[in-house]
Design a protein around this ligand. Structure first.
Ligand code: ATP
Length: 222
């Protein structure tokens, strides 16, 4: 599903965000990416989303070489991907329903289907009763769940998360990870960048470790 071959990313200031990174993630896997601050975790996720382009090497997503994608093809790629951010990036002047509906509205999904899909996504994250609330009225953990509902509302094959538990306490963080495991169990490929090693150690998934832009370990946890 995701294949990196000797991928390098040199930023315009000359800094190597990634350097010679190769790995293969199969459809249906759940994988953590870890490493120190600045190790290249966000850069790796941005390359998958085509928010950045590699300076060297090749990135394949679903068998497609991203070098062959023109700017007109990028929205199609992104429709197959859901993204969860640390600060969830919710719109505070819109209701929970409208926040979750946003990707569908952008895609031009018919209105009756929007309602059905939004409620299904809210149900999966356990917040069906909050559709009329505004994000400000929700706890940090609930806001992150809304961010996850928005990421999965268009049923992506691939779910990416960049430090999704960064602002949450340990028990809420564990609940959020359990939610990602639920989506993985029904076939979604999940990739989570996180430096929360104690939490990752409690979960039994493959872990890629970056150090200064290089992939230093790739394996199942002991
Ligand atoms: N647009 C940019 N221009 C120049 N350098 C950048 C840019 N984006 C990232 N970098 C640098 O590339 C390196 C990798 O950054 P990246 O954001 O991928 O790390 P990270 O592992 O996600 O870190 P963090 O956990 O702090 O978010 C860092 O040294 C960063 O300063």
């Amino acid at each position: 599903m995701i294949r990196f071959e000797q991928v390098g990313k040199r930023y315009p200031n000359g800094h190597m965000g990634l350097d010679g990174v190769s790995f293969h993630i199969r459809r249906g896997e759940m994988v953590f990416i870890t490493g120190h601050s600045g190790a290249g975790k966000s850069t790796l996720l941005k390359l998958i989303m085509c928010m950045e382009r590699p300076s060297s090497g090749q990135v394949h997503i679903g068998g497609q070489d991203l070098r062959d994608l023109g700017s007109n093809d990028i929205p199609y790629l992104r429709r197959q991907i859901g993204v969860v951010f640390q600060n969830h990036q919710l719109l505070f002047d819109r209701t929970v329903f409208d926040n979750v509906a946003l990707p569908l509205v952008i895609n031009g999904t018919p209105t009756d289907e929007v309602g059905r899909r939004v409620r299904a996504a809210l149900d999966k994250v356990g917040l069906l009763n909050k559709e009329k609330s505004y994000p400000i009225a929700l706890s940090g953990g609930e806001q992150q769940r809304i961010g996850i509902a928005r990421a999965v509302v268009h049923k992506p094959a691939l779910l990416l998360a960049d430090e999704p538990t960064g602002n949450l306490d340990p028990s809420l963080s564990a609940e959020i990870m359990a939610l990602f495991e639920d989506f993985n169990r029904v076939g979604v490929t999940v990739m989570i960048a996180s430096h929360d090693l104690p939490l990752i150690a409690q979960l039994d998934h493959r872990m890629l470790t970056l150090d200064q832009g290089q992939l230093v370990t790739d394996g199942e946890q002991a």
